[in-house]
Design a binder for this molecule. Structure first.
Ligand SMILES: [Zn+2]
Length: 139
């Protein structure tokens, strides 16, 4: 037991001031696992190369002492992840409310606009930029 404890202490000392696992690391591990499972079926070199690259990247980031740079990479990953999550959420709302509302964008500022689903031509004023434009809806 004391051998395990000393091993644990030594590893913990080794990992001090190193990056370890962050959300980008977890994502890399997840993609790596998926590729490994797929490659278990297909035994393809096309899958093996990205699999090895991901493994290398994961361990490089895990043991890296340049934590400032790793944190910056993780923050960039976080931004991309949030953008993706927001777009999925927006897509789900549009899918859910597609029978109740028209969804479109302001031609000037690209703001998302939603209006009750009616047939005809309407004068629409963007709430963000104040631009007024016409929009026709058919059944
Ligand atoms: Zn606008």
């Amino acid at each position: 037991m004391s051998f395990l404890l000393s091993l644990r202490n030594r590893f913990s000392a080794f990992m001090q001031h190193r990056n370890g696992v962050d959300s980008l690391g977890k994502f890399l591990l997840f993609v790596w696992l998926i590729l490994a499972i797929l490659n278990g079926f297909f035994h393809s070199l096309v899958l093996l190369i990205p699999e090895l690259l991901l493994a290398f990247l994961f361990f490089f980031r895990f043991f890296s002492k340049n934590t400032v740079r790793r944190r910056r990479e993780n923050a960039a990953y976080y931004e991309i992840n949030q953008k993706f999550r927001r777009s999925v959420q927006k897509f789900n709302v549009r899918l859910r409310d597609r029978k109740l509302y028209h969804f479109f964008r302001c031609p000037l500022c690209r703001a998302d606009i939603r209006m009750p689903r009616k047939v005809g031509t309407f004068q629409i004023r963007c709430r963000r930029c104040g631009h007024t434009f016409q929009k026709s809806f058919k059944k």
